[in-house]
Design a protein around this ligand. Structure first.
Ligand code: HEM
Ligand SMILES: *[C@@H]1O[C@H](CO)[C@@H](O)[C@H](O)[C@H]1NC(C)=O
Ligand SMILES: *[C@@H]1O[C@H](CO)[C@@H](O)[C@H](O)[C@H]1NC(C)=O
Ligand SMILES: CC(=O)N[C@H]1CO[C@H](CO)[C@@H](O)[C@@H]1O
Length: 326
């Protein structure tokens, strides 16, 4: 009897410890097996339809996932619309997030809600959609972990300092990814996302027109690439003007990004430094020469990115409308 009581007490303490820590439940690949078994095919269909309407869906959704995860964790905090314009998406860094990424998540959520109301988090839908846009543009398909809950906090002032600016050197990039439990190799692999999409001229104009007092053009840029960029982006260009970040195959998820770096065609200083720094160059060369090792590293790094600051168990909530807390 005494022994059984002790066993019961120990058992209760363990339950308390586990539930008291709230979010310790790990993510899992089959989280919705019984509650929404078709969630992945429903999201995939919505994403494919959206890509059929506009290819911008691909880079927009991938970047949205990154920005969501690095600020407050992968919890769809980026999706919140605030009437006071003080949510995460209202920060200067988000000014350029393409609306089609938000729209992809909203459309996929509507389709998922029709099949399994109130069950699947917006954070998981964004995670699945980010995987799908990669696969649907020629990149790797890979299993995603699920079970995230949606966050209860989305604040503009939490963004600065949590996202890397395109001027960062290798040390600063590595430090910022390390804070999110990602290695330098993960960072190099994830930067390969810049094989897709656009950048506004203002994000790299300093490399063309005002590098330093002795050289206006960044000497780490290939001169003919610099000339092309100047033609596309005149000094003080219209802030809406944008160029493809991968000058060779902007609409294909491939390893051209790394080959471009080796020929000094990285658009941002933060891209080019991956080749120019001795510490990261071997990884860049490997990804440039072995597409298979790049896609494998990218897929693994996306899964790790998706673990950043997640809420699970009874933390957070499942939103019905991804853009609002209620
Ligand atoms: C390593 C540090 C990184 C820096 C400094 C950086 C910086 C930037 C900047 C400045 C832009 C241009 C935004 C604009 O002007 O519209 C951009 C675009 C983009 N970034 Fe990154 N980024 C980084 C990592 C990542 C990661 C990890 C991902 C995703 C896995 C990503 C995905 C993208 C995509 C897809 C675009 C194109 C967006 C579009 O066309 O709408 N970036 N990034
Ligand atoms: C300008 O940049 C180049 C290349 O990084 C460097 O060699 C040079 O010392 C810099 N000049 C000044 C004045 O900072
Ligand atoms: C990084 O990993 C540690 C140990 O697992 C965890 O406590 C921490 O919350 C993680 N950080 C992020 C940003 O996910
Ligand atoms: C896509 C999107 O919602 N972008 C917003 C980012 O922040 C600016 C500044 O508040 C908003 O005007 C944009 O609508």
């Amino acid at each position: 009897m005494e022994l059984r009581r002790r066993g019961l007490v120990v058992g209760m303490m363990m339950v308390l410890m586990v539930s008291g820590r709230g979010g310790v439940e790990p993510l899992s690949q089959n989280f919705y097996r019984s509650t929404c078994p078709n969630v992945e095919s429903i999201v995939r269909r919505a994403v494919a339809k959206k890509i059929g309407q506009t290819f911008v869906t691909v880079p927009a959704t991938l970047r949205l996932f990154f920005h969501d995860c690095f600020v407050e964790g992968c919890d769809a905090s980026i999706m919140i619309s605030s009437p006071r314009r003080d949510a995460e998406k209202d920060a200067a860094d988000n000014l350029s997030l393409a609306g089609d990424g938000f729209d992809t998540v909203i459309k996929a959520k509507q389709a998922v809600e029709a099949a399994c109301p109130g069950v699947v988090s917006c954070a998981d839908i964004l995670t699945i959609a980010a995987r799908d846009v990669v696969a649907l543009s020629g990149g790797p398909g890979f299993p995603v972990e699920l079970g995230r809950r949606d966050g209860l906090v989305s604040l503009k002032w939490r963004v600065p300092g949590n996202l890397p600016p395109p001027t960062f050197n290798l040390n600063l990039l590595s430090w910022m990814f390390r804070k999110n439990n990602l290695t330098m190799a993960d960072m190099i692999a994830l930067s390969g996302a810049h094989t897709l999409g656009f950048s506004h001229c203002g994000r790299f104009a300093d490399r063309l027109y005002s590098f330093n007092s002795s050289s206006r053009v960044d000497p780490s840029l290939d001169p003919s690439y610099a000339l092309r960029l100047k033609q596309a982006c005149p000094r003080n260009a219209d802030p809406r003007l944008a160029v493809s970040m991968d000058p060779t195959s902007p609409n294909a998820f491939d390893n051209a990004y790394y080959r471009n770096l080796a020929s000094r065609r990285g658009l941002f200083a933060s891209d080019q430094v991956l080749f120019d720094d001795r510490l990261s160059r071997p990884t860049v060369n490997k990804f440039a020469n072995e597409p298979g090792s790049f896609v494998q590293a990218f897929a693994a790094a996306m899964v790790r990115l998706g673990r950043t600051g997640v809420k699970t168990g009874n933390q957070g909530a499942i939103r019905r409308d991804c853009t609002s807390f209620t």
